[in-house]
Ligand binder design. Structure first.
Ligand code: HEM
Length: 408
């Protein structure tokens, strides 16, 4: 079916420039879903795209091989950003399809299995304690800058073998990389940051070649020598893991604590019964997860979703945020409930690209939020909901979380 036949009857919804920074972005996503299961949207870089809003359709599309994860499959078109068309994206497992995706993912998947990650739990707990030690006597803190951010960063640095001491440098590049592409300046900033991170990691990989250590990057360097892993693939794998380790779990911990501060009964329930923490974390992921707007796919042929035929060569956003609030799948979706019998949220995606770091993120969030609740009695937000700042990022997370508590 010709795409142009559909265009005039469906309105185009521009993605708001500030979507992730809104105190509540869900009315916009919910509105799109009530308009229909597939909507035309305009991305912030000006590219036209489609948004899939229902839980069942997001699940089906995320496992559908006709929808590629590789932006290089798109043809260049007037008005379509060259970033999306693959002009300067580094190919990684996130942006490739089988067989390259399978080969790249297999190289690191063992390091991230639930069983392997479970062995990291005591270390995560120690790191959480070390970060909270200087905060506990003080009675006030910014829980994002002083806790939610450094915890996952320290974990991913240790795992990869990236010097934690360099974090100020690569953390800045990482957050610039994920700024929403709202104008030429933001795009230039992101591209420059990607270049600097790439150079930093290329140097680090070179140093691992000479002095091997017991870390994932050293393992990958060794794997690269034995298997089919090019230098470019190795560096982009390191970049993906470092950025994913940086920009996601911090948001889950920050948003989770914030949701609790606004719901004292929920907070008390978790303090009384810490066994509830894993299901609370799943509910935070569903209710306001870090990957909120959605994940990108590219049609390789005509594909029908929700009764709409999307032509080949189109950008499709599978909206994890809209799906996670779909009333057809979740009872009372706009409520935070720790007693959901099943919670099949798609905050970690679905299908072959299901988040590689999901088990790690869960351990970090359970240990991190658990430690905050245990060690900071009388925890209260030191800011009103409207004055809280959300990060200028394509991911959803708090810029800061000022709190007070009873000093010890
Ligand atoms: C993929 C979310 C934490 C590494 C994904 C995807 C989502 C996601 C939605 C699917 C992308 C797609 O389908 O195109 C999250 C959330 C996190 C989190 C919400 C924290 C709360 C992490 C961590 C790491 C990580 C800690 C690693 C250190 C990855 C990688 C992929 C991925 C490597 C690509 C997998 C593939 O393409 O096969 N993540 N992530 N993530 N995530 Fe995460």
């Amino acid at each position: 079916m010709d795409d142009r036949a559909v265009l005039p009857v469906l309105p185009v919804h521009p993605v708001p420039a500030d979507l992730e920074r809104r105190p509540d972005p869900y009315p916009w996503l919910n509105h799109l879903r009530t308009e229909g299961p597939v909507q035309r949207i305009r991305l912030r870089d000006g590219s036209d795209a489609w948004m899939v809003t229902r839980h069942s359709d997001v699940l089906a599309a995320a496992g559908d091989p006709r929808l590629s994860s590789d932006p290089r499959r798109l043809t260049a078109q007037p008005g379509r950003s060259t970033r999306i068309a693959g002009g300067n994206a580094l190919p990684s497992m996130l942006t490739t399809d089988a067989p390259d995706h399978t080969r790249l993912r297999r190289l690191v998947s063992r390091a991230f299995t639930a069983r392997r990650v479970e062995t990291l739990r005591p270390r995560v707990r120690d790191l959480a304690r070390e970060l909270l030690d200087p905060i506990v006597p003080r009675g006030h803190a910014d829980l994002v800058a002083e806790f939610a951010f450094p915890l996952p960063v320290a974990v991913i640095c240790e795992l990869l073998g990236v010097p934690f001491a360099d974090r100020a440098y690569f953390s800045r590049q990482s957050s610039d990389l994920l700024r929403p592409p709202v104008d030429a300046a933001a795009i230039a900033l992101a591209d420059a940051a990607r270049g600097r991170l790439r150079d930093y990691l290329a140097d680090l990989v070179a140093s691992k070649r000479t002095g091997r250590a017991d870390d994932l990057l050293s393992d990958l360097v060794a794997a690269g020598e034995e298997q089919r892993l090019t230098d470019e693939e190795l560096i982009s794998m390191a970049l993906l893991l470092l950025v994913a380790g940086h920009e996601t779990t911090v948001n889950l911990i920050g948003t989770g604590v914030w949701l609790l501060l606004q719901r004292p009964a929920h907070l008390e329930a978790l303090r009384t019964d810490p066994q509830l923490l894993p299901s609370a974390v799943e509910e935070f992921l569903r209710f306001d997860g870090p990957v909120m707007t959605g994940v990108a796919r590219y049609t390789t042929t005509d594909v029908e979703i929700g009764g709409i035929t999307i032509a080949a060569d189109q950008i499709v956003i599978l909206s994890t945020g809209a799906a996670n609030r779909d009333p057809q799948r979740f009872e009372r979706p706009d409520e935070v409930r720790f007693d959901r019998a099943d919670n099949p949220h798609v905050a970690f995606g679905h299908g072959p690209h299901f988040c590689l770091g999901a088990a790690l993120a869960r351990v970090e969030a359970v240990e991190g939020i658990g430690a905050v609740l245990r060690r900071l009695p009388g925890l209260t937000a030191a800011t009103a909901p409207d004055s809280l700042r959300w990060r200028p990022s394509v991911l959803r997370g708090l810029q800061e979380l000022p709190v007070t508590f009873d000093p010890r």
